[in-house]
Design a protein around this ligand. Sequence first.
Ligand code: ME8
Length: 512
Amino acid sequence: MKFYITTPIYYINDIVHIGHSYTTIIADIMARWKRLNSFDVFFLTGTDEHGSKIATAAKKKGKMPLIFCNDMSLKFKEAWNLLNISYTDFIRTTEKRHFSAVEKIVQILFDKNLIFKKKYEGLYCVGCEKFYLPKDLDEEGYCVFHKTKPLIQSEENYFFKLSTFQNLILERITDPCHEEYIEIYPEERKNEIIGKLKIGLENISLSRNIVEWGIPLPFDKKQTVYVWIDALINYITGIGYPKNMTEFQKYWPVNIHLMAKDILWFHAIIWPAILMSVGFSLPKKLCVHGFFTLNGNKMSKSLGNVISPQELVSKYGVDATRYLLVTIMPFGHDGDISWEKLTLKYNIDLANNLGNLISRIVKMAGKYFNFKVPQANFDLKLVKKIVTLLREDFIINMNSMQLHKAAQDLQNAITLVNKQIEYDAPWKISKTHVHELASYIFSYLQAVDIIALHLLPFIPVSAEKIWHTMGASNDINKIAKKYFTDFIIPKSGFSVSDSQLQDTEGLFARIV
Ligand code: ME8
């Protein structure tokens, strides 16, 4: 089975911040999770490099647009490497392969008579790269996302007959029995779109004649393709359209387009209309998350209130940054964050709960068994409890992208082992009862092994470290893939008797 997931392609005029990182880490966790469940995963991310916003940013830096784009898109790649993002491909809209796809799609729309020329005057927000009607702006006429005043732009453009798709789209996002049903999650976002759709759809400009930095229209080279039409097409270029149709047909339709609420309109209305026009299947699911806010404001370079992923990594490390970002706010809701909140969560979940569990087990194994996995028949009770706890909720939460809840399930499992240790109090048992001690410690090790398998998508490097620390020597990824297929634990467990426990120095040390 295949699983195709995408992030938005990010505008490169902005520096990479934790908003972009949040979306990309969620997509990465889902991609890793699906790989562990034996799916053939395609995970696409990339950068959106055309349009007036980018051209202006390049000019400000005194750079040619493409040079500027090369530099900036590299910064996104570097950030994703830092955060251990396992994307399959990184698409840039300035690539040749993307030009071919955009030209082809736009030509099809033209040939199908879905494009017409018209003089237009409207309020354009460069931040959103979108024309607005006065009713869409706040009371003072400002863009609600960028807090800037859209200016009147007037030009003769080519228009896409979006309005003809109103009922077709409405049907596809409201009727779960429809063959081409598009699920929008969460429900409130879907209702928002339905509400807007019912008011009616305006035809939209498909080209710009005052924006040079873009892909020329194949049928009128004086105009360039409107940046949003250009950008949405990345989702099919990335999997091979139009050159490699076998690859394209293997992965399309996309399983999940992931994004924040600011750009749902484009994905829920404009993108399906284009796909329907050219006769392609529709996305299966649009997953929409909220915004990180700082003091109630959306984070963006123009507002000057960004936190970069590099800042988080230098304080917490890579894995903790991944974990903290996706658990600090519930998927689908906004969350106001602060360094204090992040540090508090780090200390509670990672240092005090997980880190403490690992270090106390290693200490006991060190004291009683010279840092070796003791020989024992493991007590299946504790392991079974962990397996049940995680099988019931964790998997449902992962599959429905409720990552903060799945992480809470893991925290509950970790707490359960910590509590079991306190209940057993192995330190009260005399060293002469070596079998009893061995059996306790052996079962703790096995319980943590199970937890490590589940931690893998969230904190891949640390999960592997924990796995080896517990004396489990095989390739954790291979074992996890098998475990998530049949849920069978080998009779002798995962940690191998007599193998050496490894050092845990530096694993989620407390931060003050
Ligand atoms: O809209 N909190 O690019 P963009 C959470 N190029 N997520 C945030 C965020 C925040 N404060 N800020 C940004 C574009 N994001 C277009 C997309 S796709 C065909 C074209 C994330 O750089 C979130 O995923 O403005 C949001 O939807 C996206 O970045 C917008 O990125």
